[in-house]
Every structure is written in structure tokens, then in C-alpha cells.
Design a binder for this molecule. Structure first.
Ligand SMILES: Cc1cc2nc3c(=O)[nH]c(=O)nc-3n(C[C@H](O)[C@H](O)[C@H](O)COP(=O)(O)O)c2cc1C
Length: 153
């Protein structure tokens, strides 16, 4: 598909098919899409995590006040390493670039997506920190963006 068509087709979905699981090929392509990015000072401080624990995702989205999105198949969470890039502005800008890559890759795979903003002092931020710790990722990784992925209902 032409890039412009892909950009026009992408939209936020908030109703997902609960029973859909991402295929291995879809997961690989999503991860691959996250790795082609510009990076300030060539530092590459971002870490993407494809998180598929459906029960936890449902809980987290209910706590966020967006229960219907909890039916998605996975969350792609973007963390920023503040040791590698201490400039928070650059971390957030780079996370936005990675997020758009994921959204467009998802659209090209006929998957639905929704960008989920991460704000300070929210249960959502705390939940993404808990996921980071449970997945044994470094504690200086800051949750910057999450993207719900799955099939549109
Ligand atoms: C920084 C950012 C944060 C967002 N956070 C949320 C969110 O927490 N929940 C949600 O349902 N949509 C969220 N969105 C999606 C926007 O609501 C959506 O992109 C906007 O309404 C335009 O609609 P479209 O994506 O269908 O073009 C977010 C989008 C951005 C760029």
C-alpha cells in the first residue's frame, strides 16, 4: 500500500475482538518496525516491549478508565532509558517517532491500534512501571507511550 493510503487508513480503535491473538509474523513485523528510527545524537535510548498478558492488560485498561480497549491482543510499550538520553524532550520525541512506526506497521498488517498517552502521577504510569519490573527491565526505563494492538471489532 502507498504510504499516503496507509496514513489515511490509520485510525484509533477502541473496540477490539477479545479472542484475537497476534500471529508470530505480525509480532515479528511490529518489532522490526520499531527498530528503524532516527535518534538524537545517535544514542538509541528506547526499548519497545510487546506485552501479551491479556488478563493484566484488561485490568490495567479498566483502571485507566478505558475498559473496552482492554480487549486488545497486546500492548506495545515504549520505554526510554534516561541514562542513555537524560534529555526528557528527546526521549519523548523519539518515542513519538517509534509510536508512529508501530501504528503504520499495524495498519499495513490490517491490525487495529490505539495510542495510549502516559501522564505523570497516574495509575497507568504505575502499571507500566510494574510491567517493566516484572519483565526484569532496568528500573531507569521510563514508560513513555503504550499502543493497544489487535483486531477491530
Ligand atoms: C499523545 C497521544 C495520547 C493519546 N492518548 C490516548 C488515550 O489515552 N486514550 C485514547 O483512547 N486515545 C488516545 N490517543 C488517541 C487520540 O485520541 C486520537 O489519535 C485522536 O482522537 C485522533 O483520532 P485518530 O487517531 O482516529 O486519527 C492519544 C493520541 C496521542 C497522539
Amino acid at each position: 500500500m502507498e504510504l499516503l493510503d496507509l496514513l489515511k487508513k490509520r485510525h484509533s480503535t477502541r473496540q477490539f475482538l477479545n479472542e484475537y491473538a497476534l500471529s508470530e509474523e505480525e509480532k515479528e513485523k511490529i518489532k522490526e518496525a520499531s527498530s528503524f528510527l532516527p535518534s538524537a545524537m545517535h544514542r538509541y535510548p528506547l526499548k519497545g516491549l510487546l506485552y501479551e498478558n491479556k488478563a493484566r492488560i484488561a485490568e490495567i485498561l479498566e483502571r485507566k478508565g478505558q475498559k473496552s480497549i482492554g480487549d486488545c491482543s497486546a500492548l506495545f510499550v515504549i520505554y526510554g532509558d534516561s541514562n542513555i538520553q537524560p534529555n526528557m524532550g528527546f526521549l519523548q520525541e523519539e518515542a513519538g517517532a517509534m509510536a508512529e512506526n508501530i501504528l503504520l506497521m499495524a495498519t499495513s498488517l490490517s491490525l487495529a491500534s490505539c495510542w495510549l498517552g502516559v501522564h505523570e502521577n497516574t495509575p497507568f504510569l504505575e502499571d507500566l512501571e510494574k510491567i517493566r519490573d516484572e519483565e526484569n527491565l532496568a528500573s531507569n526505563l521510563l514508560p513513555l507511550v503504550a499502543i493497544a494492538l489487535g483486531k477491530e471489532k
